[in-house]
Ligand binder design. Structure first.
Ligand code: SF4
Length: 293
């Protein structure tokens, strides 16, 4: 069979579903290629991860078109078990050197702005590192709350043992690090690609966030390695959290709140705060009240 793949969001970030489909089809003896305009395919897979990316007109024909991904607000279409547990076809993205995968799926929490509980359900083991690491020394892990899973913690031990450099790009739960200094010590033994990412999304989390920072510091993690997503709803409240993180030497990264279900846009002031905070040269030299944006 001739299989075409279409990553609707573009090629700026590897599309894990398409990499797994490619592997699985190649193992069946099929020919798999990025879809080309005016070509015909037996099956065309279209995957869209982001709701905000626009789908351009693409002239292609296929006997069967399979569409999926959060970008289509499609939370029901899933890969078959065999495809889901195929090692991704990393040859689709030769410029990327990391492995990609999930150790766990789901989350035990139900933050109102988050699609994960609805899309993925409760936390559970998903795959061992060995399923998708191949011969790679770096891994981008997209788990939503790996620290809430005993299986996830065992896999982090395995990451340490193998010396794999990792980035949990969806962030780690600061509340769990705050409650458990052993987890902070485990994380201090991990080789990080850049940062330990966490979230400081609202003022109610001040106490656990500050305690997580203290636990990580006590375990030997330098504060500049601690990266915090800061959700901006109320600008003044977000600015206070940003300045608090700065005062302890951690790295804030501001994200204006958008309701993807209602398709609401962020406000100008929220975007101004995010631009100021995330442009580190400006952040380190200009106060927000003096920033004209
Ligand atoms: S803890 Fe994170 S993944 Fe879990 S529901 Fe809240 S925002 Fe979503």
């Amino acid at each position: 069979m001739k299989i075409g793949l279409l990553a609707v969001d573009g090629h700026n970030f590897p599309n894990l579903a398409l990499m797994k489909l490619s592997s699985w089809h190649k193992a069946q003896g099929d020919t798999v290629k990025w879809a080309q305009e005016f070509e015909h395919y037996d099956v065309l897979y279209k995957s869209k991860v982001f709701t905000f990316s626009t789908e351009r007109t693409f002239f292609v024909s296929a006997d069967q078109i399979v569409k999926g991904g959060t970008g289509y607000r499609d939370y029901d279409t899933t890969l078959s078990v065999e495809v889901e547990h195929s090692c991704p076809d990393y040859s689709l993205y030769p410029a990327y050197r990391a492995a990609y995968g999930f150790l766990t799926r789901g989350c035990p929490n139900r933050c109102p702005w988050c699609v994960v509980p609805r899309k993925e359900g409760v936390i559970r083991p998903h795959a061992e590192l060995s399923e998708f690491i191949a011969d790679r020394k770096h891994a981008i892990l997209m788990d939503n709350n790996v620290l809430a899973s005993d299986f996830g913690l065992l896999q982090i031990e395995e990451i340490v043992r193998r010396g794999i450099r990792v980035d949990f790009n969806q962030g780690l739960d600061a509340r769990i690090i705050a409650q458990n200094p052993d987890i902070a010590r485990l994380l201090s033994r991990v080789k990080w690609m850049n940062f330990i990412r966490m979230a400081y999304d609202h003022a109610a989390n001040e106490e656990p966030v500050m305690r997580a920072i203290e636990n990580l510091k006590a375990a030997g993690v330098k504060p500049y390695r601690m990266f915090f997503y800061v959700l901006i709803k109320d600008v003044e409240d977000a600015l206070r959290r940003i300045e608090q993180l700065r005062s302890v030497g951690a790295q804030p990264f501001a994200q204006p709140y958008r309701d993807f279900e209602l398709n609401t846009r962020s406000t100008k002031e929220q975007r101004r705060l995010a631009r100021w905070c995330n442009h580190k040269a400006i952040f380190n030299s200009v106060k927000f009240e003096d920033y004209s944006g």
